[in-house]
Design a protein around this ligand. Structure first.
Ligand SMILES: [Zn+2]
Length: 173
C-alpha cells in the first residue's frame, strides 16, 4: 500500500461527483482504504493536522472516506440521513488547501449511514467535532469544498494570519 499525492484546489477531480461502490470486500476496495489510511497518517506526521480524507483527494472517484479520530474507520457510500437544525460555527481546514482556514457553519449533530469495506451497514450518530468532520468528508465525495461554505469571502484566510490574531487576542486578555 502507499502514500499517494493529495490533489490541490484547482484540480477538477476535487469537483467530481463520486460514484457509489457496488462491490464490497474486493482487493481493489481494500487497497483504496489502505492508501487513504497511509496518506492520512503521512500527512498528519508532516503537517501536524488531519483527521479524515476522502477518495477524490487522492484522485479516486469512489464514495469512500477514511477517518481517524478515536481509531481508524473506513466509510463506504456514506450518507447523511438526519441532521440537527442547530448549527455550529467553526474554522475548518483541508488537505487540499492546507495553508488556509475557512469559517463556516455545520450541523451540530448528524446521523450517517454507511457500509464498511466488507459491505455491512452501520449507522453512526455524531456530534460536535466528529459531526463536522463527517460533513466535511461527505461534501468531498459530492465535489463540494469547505471554501464553498465560507460564511463570506472575508472568512477565508491564511492559517498563519489567524494564529497571529489569536495570539494578540490572548495577549490583550
Ligand atoms: Zn478536505
Amino acid at each position: 500500500m502507499s502514500v499517494r499525492p493529495v490533489l490541490l484546489l484547482g484540480n477538477p477531480l476535487l469537483r467530481a461527483l463520486c460514484v457509489r461502490v457496488r462491490q464490497y470486500n474486493t482487493p481493489d476496495l481494500r487497497a483504496l482504504v489502505a492508501d487513504l489510511a497511509d496518506t492520512l497518517h503521512d500527512f498528519r506526521r508532516r503537517k501536524g493536522f488531519g483527521r479524515g480524507i476522502a477518495a477524490p483527494q487522492i484522485g479516486d472517484r469512489r464514495r469512500v472516506l477514511f477517518i481517524d479520530v478515536d481509531g481508524p474507520l473506513a466509510l463506504v457510500n456514506p450518507e447523511i440521513v438526519r441532521s440537527s437544525r442547530q448549527m455550529m460555527t467553526l474554522w475548518d481546514d483541508c488537505f487540499s488547501f492546507p495553508e488556509l482556514a475557512v469559517k463556516l457553519k455545520r450541523h451540530l449533530s448528524v446521523e450517517v449511514r454507511y457500509r464498511d469495506p466488507e459491505g455491512k451497514e452501520h449507522l453512526l450518530k455524531a456530534r460536535g467535532a466528529l459531526s463536522e468532520l463527517l460533513q466535511h468528508e461527505i461534501d468531498h465525495v459530492n465535489g463540494v469544498l469547505a471554501l464553498d461554505r465560507a460564511i463570506d469571502s472575508k472568512h477565508i484566510v491564511y492559517k498563519s494570519e489567524l494564529e497571529k490574531l489569536n495570539l494578540s487576542a490572548r495577549k490583550e486578555m
